[in-house]
Design a protein around this ligand. Structure first.
Ligand SMILES: Cc1ncc(COP(=O)(O)O)c(C=O)c1O
Length: 539
C-alpha cells in the first residue's frame, strides 16, 4: 500500500476531514477508527471522514503482505503517510507480523518509548564545521514519538483524550509545525504565542488559553484572533473576560483554573503554598472556584467548559494528580448539589510530566496507570463524559534536542582538570536556574580521567560551571573535541540570552528522513549589535 502525502489536509483541518488516497487500488486496506462516538470499520475504504469529531485511535490493516496488520494512533497514521508512506507501514507491519488487529482502546499496543535520539559523531562534527559551535540539534521523530507515547498511555480513558503542547517550553516554529501536523492542542499564555501558532500554520481553534495577567485588553485581543477556549484564574479576570466577550460579541468556552493545594514532589511546584496560580475551591471570598463557577453560569456569553489545574514541572511522583482529582471530584459533586445543573465538558490536568535527564522518572504510562481508573470513575460519579486534556512542554520537547559545543581549552588546577567549552549557561539557562544536570558526554569519548573533571563555560561568571556527576561521560576530553548535552529541548532555547554579547547559535533539525535543516538561523554579532540598540545610536 502506498498512501499519497496530503500535507494540506493534515494540519489545521486534521480534526475535520482527512483523506487517504491510495495511489493504486488496494482492495484489502482496512481502517478501524475510534472516535468519541465509538468504533468505525471501513474495509477497503480509502477515505477517513471525521466531520468535526476527532479520531482518537486508528488501526490500519493492509494486505501488503498477507496476515500483517498495523495498529497505530491517528497521529502515527497521519505521520505514516505524510512522512514515511509505505516505509512506515512496512516497518510497523514487519514488527507485528501475524499480529491480529486488536481494539487498541482496550489493549494499547505495547510500544516502549525510544531513548533520546542518537546522532552519529560524523554528523555532529560535519554540522559543527558547517554551522559553528555551539549549536542546538533537534530530532523531529522524537517530538512525534513523545506525542504518540502520551496518546498511547491514556488509551484506556473512556472519553476523548487530547495532548496539549505548552508552547512556552520551546516556541521554535519548526517544533510548533511538527506538533500542528500531529493534530494536538496548544496551551498558550500570551497573545504573542498565538501569533507563533498562526504563523506556523495552526489555528486558534486548537488553543487552550491560560492567561496570568487576565486583562480585558489581552482577552479582547485573543478573542479577536479566534481563541474560544479560555481558562480563568481570578474573579476579576472572569469579569474582564466577560467584558471582552461582550465587546467582541462571541461566546467563550470558559474553564476554571483551580489550585487543589496538594503537596507536589517536583522541581517546580505550583500547588500547595503557591497562590500565584489558580483559585481555591473555597477561599471565603469571590476569588473562589464556587463564586467564579456561579458567575460563569449566570453570564450568557460565557459557556462553562470545565476545570484546569497545573501542579508543577518535572513532577517526580504522580500521586499529586490523584489527590488533585479526588479533591476536584468532591468539589464538583458538592457544586452540582448547590448550584444545580451544569456539565463538565473538559478536564485539563495541566503539565508536569518529567524528562529523564539521565535518571529514571515516571513515564506517561506511570501517570496514566495511577489516574485513568480514577478519571473513568469520575465520569460515572459526576455523570459527565468529559474530554481529558493533559498539557506538556518538558516531556514533549526535552529529549528531542542536544546542545553541541566544543572544548576550547584545558587547564590543570590542583587535583582537578578544568575543561573549557565555547558554550555557557547563556545557552542552558534552565540548568543554571534549577541546577539540574543534563546528561553530558565528550564525543568521541575516551577512558575516564583519573583527575576530577570540572566542565566550565565561556562566561566570566563563577556560576558558569555545568553540574556534572559520575553519570557524565567526560573521559577523553581534549581541546577541539565536541561535548554533547542531552535532553536540552525544553526551556533552554527560549531562555537563550546574549550575555557577554554572545550571538544566538544555530538551531538545526533532523527530519523524519534523516536530513538536516536550519530551524533557526544563528545570529551574527552585527545583527546582535543592532538588536541590542546599535540601531538607536545617533550618528
Ligand atoms: C499552565 C501550565 N501548563 C503546562 C505547563 C508545562 O509544564 P511542563 O513543561 O512541566 O509540562 C506549564 C509550565 O509552566 C504551565 O504553567
Amino acid at each position: 500500500m502506498y498512501l499519497e502525502p496530503r500535507p494540506e489536509l493534515c494540519s489545521s483541518s486534521l480534526r475535520s476531514t482527512a483523506f487517504v488516497t491510495p495511489v493504486y487500488s488496494e482492495p484489502s486496506v482496512h481502517l478501524t477508527m475510534y472516535t468519541q462516538y465509538g468504533r468505525t470499520d471501513q474495509p477497503g475504504m480509502p477515505l477517513i471522514e471525521k466531520q468535526s469529531q476527532r479520531l482518537s485511535r486508528c488501526s490500519v490493516r493492509t494486505s501488503t503482505a498477507p496476515g500483517r496488520t498495523v495498529d497505530c494512533t491517528l497521529s502515527e497514521f497521519v505521520r505514516g503517510f505524510l512522512y514515511g508512506g509505505d516505509m512506515f507501514f512496512k516497518r510497523n507491519a514487519a514488527a507485528r507480523t501475524n499480529k491480529k488487529l486488536v481494539d487498541t482502546r482496550t489493549q494499547p499496543a505495547s510500544r516502549e518509548s525510544v531513548a533520546a535520539p542518537r546522532f552519529s559523531d560524523r554528523d555532529l562534527y560535519s554540522l559543527a564545521e558547517k554551522y559553528g559551535t555551539p549549536y542546538f540539534l533537534m530530532d523531529e521523530a522524537t517530538l512525534r514519538r513523545k506525542v504518540a507515547d502520551m496518546e498511547q498511555a491514556f488509551a484506556e480513558f473512556k472519553g476523548n483524550y487530547r495532548v496539549a503542547y505548552s508552547v512556552k517550553a520551546n516556541f521554535n516554529p519548526s517544533v510548533i509545525r511538527t506538533f500542528i501536523t500531529e493534530g494536538i492542542l496548544f496551551d498558550l499564555t500570551a497573545s504573542s504565542e498565538l501569533v507563533f501558532i498562526l504563523k506556523s500554520g495552526g489555528t486558534a481553534e486548537d488553543v487552550v488559553y491560560t492567561s496570568i495577567t487576565e486583562t480585558t485588553a489581552e482577552y479582547e485581543e485573543v478573542l479577536r484572533m479566534g481563541v474560544r477556549r479560555i481558562v480563568v484564574a481570578s474573579f476579576s479576570g472572569l469579569l474582564n473576560l466577560a467584558e471582552a466577550a461582550a465587546k467582541v460579541n462571541v461566546a467563550v468556552k470558559t474553564m476554571i483554573r483551580v489550585n487543589p493545594e496538594v503537596h507536589v514532589h517536583a522541581e517546580l511546584r505550583g500547588s500547595m503554598g503557591h497562590g500565584k496560580f489558580g483559585l481555591r475551591f473555597d477561599g471565603g471570598n469571590e476569588d473562589s472556584a464556587t463564586y467564579v463557577l456561579k458567575k460563569i453560569l449566570d453570564t450568557p456569553l460565557l459557556q462553562f467548559e470545565g476545570f484546569h489545574f497545573h501542579l508543577g514541572s518535572q513532577v517526580e511522583d504522580p500521586t499529586c494528580y490523584a489527590e488533585a482529582i479526588e479533591k476536584l471530584e468532591a468539589f464538583i459533586l458538592d457544586a452540582k448539589r448547590r448550584l444545580g445543573e451544569f456539565h463538565v465538558r473538559t478536564l485539563d490536568i495541566g503539565g508536569g510530566l518529567p524528562a529523564p535527564y539521565g535518571r529514571k522518572v515516571p513515564t506517561p504510562k506511570d501517570l496514566a496507570s495511577k489516574i485513568v481508573g480514577q478519571l473513568n470513575s469520575l465520569i460515572e460519579s459526576i455523570g459527565d463524559r468529559f474530554s481529558l486534556v493533559s498539557e506538556s512542554g518538558r516531556y514533549l520537547t526535552a529529549e528531542s534536542t542536544v546542545l553541541v559545543s566544543r572544548i576550547v581549552n584545558i587547564k590543570s588546577f590542583g587535583e582537578a582538570k578544568y575543561v573549557y567549552l565555547d558554550a555557557g549557561y547563556h545557552v542552558l539557562l534552565d540548568s543554571a536556574l534549577l541546577r539540574h544536570e543534563y546528561p553530558v558526554e565528550v564525543v568521541p569519548g575516551g577512558k575516564p580521567s583519573q583527575q576530577k573533571v570540572v566542565l566550565v563555560g565561556r562566561l566570566c561568571d563563577p556560576l558558569d560551571v555545568f553540574p556534572t556527576s559520575s553519570r557524565s561521560k567526560l573521559g577523553g576530553a581534549s581541546a577541539g573535541k565536541l561535548v554533547v548535552f542531552r535532553d536540552v529541548g525544553a526551556y533552554s532555547l527560549v531562555m537563550n540570552m546574549p550575555f557577554h554579547s554572545q550571538p544566538r547559535p544555530f538551531v538545526l533539525m533532523r527530519d523524519g528522513q534523516g536530513n538536516f535543516s536550519v530551524a533557526r538561523k544563528g545570529q551574527d554579532v552585527d545583527r546582535l549589535f543592532l538588536d541590542e540598540g546599535g540601531d538607536c545610536l545617533v550618528t
